[in-house]
Every structure is written in structure tokens, then in C-alpha cells.
Design a protein. Structure first.
Length: 243
């Protein structure tokens, strides 16, 4: 049986035994407080261990039947306060458009040569791949390679678009993709533990509003079943549902 670390036990104490849904601002503050708990460690040179700036993850359990294709959710949105980091974006496009994509922030941009690099070198040093529709006939061959990594460009996620330059700028700055899992849950990063509470709140509200607008017509009953927030190494906190 795995043992619970001292730091994690401290985080559980902060959260409290009563795991009742909380209003948004107090819930964010509690997750931030738990994220600040560091494992006690001193290096040989006497320096204290520096804690990581944890990514905060929102989990929304939706009232959908994930087995039904017409109830599946997949898309992308731009967070108003970003993610606190620059994402690595590549672009499948050619000619002058490839140059513009790199100027806009793409790590790599190109056509056949970029496709071949991924195929032959198993190169996945990127977070998002966008593609011009004219190249999807070739990029489609990468489905078996990129699909398992969640990196395959798709129109639903906004990563197949004629406006490649804008897509590169948005995904680099904090535009995120989402899709429901087999259990009907959507997991979305909403910022860093170092973010101010109002900034995290703005991102969470943007995600929930976007999901609410994306509710499938065939989904009946309560759409938001449960919403929780957690850091990478913290217990989750339930949020009150107001949608």
C-alpha cells in the first residue's frame, strides 16, 4: 500500500475533512494554499527546496452519455488570463504562410519536411499542432502517430483552419483544447497557483460558460453534475454549481 507523504497530509488538513462544495473564490484560495505546502527538503549546499508553480486543473463531470457520438464534446477556447506559460505550437503549412506562422510564434512550420520529421524521428517536442486545410490530405497520414498523443489537428478543436497565423498566436498565448473522456468528464487547465484569485476565477468562468454554450441538444437533465478544482499535487475541492 502506498504511503501518504507528510506534505500531502498537510494539504488534506488544509482542505478539511468536510468535503462540501464551496463558492468559487474561497475554493480557489484553498487550492492555492494547499499548493504552497512544500515537502521539507534541504540540499547538500544548504539551500531549501524550491516549490513548483503548480498548474491548476478544473474537472467538470457532465450529464452526457459519452458513448453517444451526438453528445461528445470537443473544442477549443482562449482563456482570458492565459495559462502562465508559452505553449509550443507547430504549423502544417507551406510557402510564405509557413514563414508567417514562425513569425507568429510557431516552433516549426512546414509541409512535407515537417511531416517526414515526425514520421521518421518520432518527434513530439510540441504541445499543439495546427494545420491548413489544404495539407490535411497529407497530415491525415499522421493520425496513428499523433492521435494517441492528443496532437492530431481537427476542425472541431480549431486546429484545422485557413487562418493558421491567428491560430498559432492564440494557442501560443493560452488557447486550450478540450474533449470529454469516457466517463463524461472534461479536464481543463485554468492557470497556475501563482495566479491571483480573480484571474483564476475569470478563466474558470470562461470555461464553464463555453461548456454551457456547447451543451449537446440531445443531453437531458442537469448538465453540470460535479465540478472540482485541484493543483497537480493537491487534493481536489468541490465547487458549487451555479449553471
Amino acid at each position: 500500500m502506498a504511503t501518504m507523504s507528510v506534505a500531502y497530509r498537510k494539504r488534506l488538513e488544509i482542505r478539511g475533512e468536510a468535503h462540501d462544495p464551496m463558492d468559487l473564490d474561497p475554493a480557489i484560495s484553498k487550492v492555492k494554499e494547499m499548493s504552497e505546502v512544500r515537502a521539507d527538503r534541504t540540499y547538500k549546499n544548504g539551500r531549501k527546496r524550491k516549490g513548483a508553480d503548480q498548474t491548476l486543473q478544473l474537472c467538470v463531470h457532465l450529464g452526457i452519455d459519452a458513448k453517444q457520438a451526438d453528445q461528445a464534446l470537443r473544442g477549443a477556447l482562449s482563456l482570458p488570463k492565459g495559462l502562465g506559460k508559452t505553449r509550443r505550437v507547430i504549423a502544417f503549412c507551406e510557402g510564405d504562410l509557413a514563414r508567417q506562422a514562425k513569425d507568429a510564434g510557431a516552433t516549426e512550420a512546414g509541409g512535407d519536411e515537417l511531416i517526414e520529421r515526425i514520421q521518421k524521428e518520432n518527434w513530439f517536442e510540441f504541445d499543439v499542432a495546427v494545420a491548413h486545410p489544404s495539407l490535411m490530405g497529407k497530415v491525415g497520414k499522421l493520425g496513428r502517430v499523433l492521435g494517441p498523443h492528443g496532437l492530431m489537428p481537427t476542425p472541431k478543436a480549431g486546429t484545422v483552419t485557413a487562418d493558421v497565423v491567428t491560430a498559432v498566436k492564440e494557442f501560443t498565448a493560452g488557447r486550450i483544447e478540450f474533449r470529454n473522456d469516457a466517463g463524461g468528464n472534461v479536464h481543463v487547465p485554468v492557470g497556475k497557483s501563482s495566479f491571483a484569485v480573480p484571474d483564476i476565477r475569470s478563466n474558470i468562468e470562461a470555461v464553464l460558460a463555453h461548456l454551457n454554450r456547447s451543451k449537446p441538444a440531445s443531453a437531458k437533465g442537469q448538465f453540470f453534475k460535479k465540478i472540482s478544482l485541484a493543483g497537480v499535487n493537491t487534493p481536489s475541492v468541490l465547487l458549487k454549481i451555479e449553471h
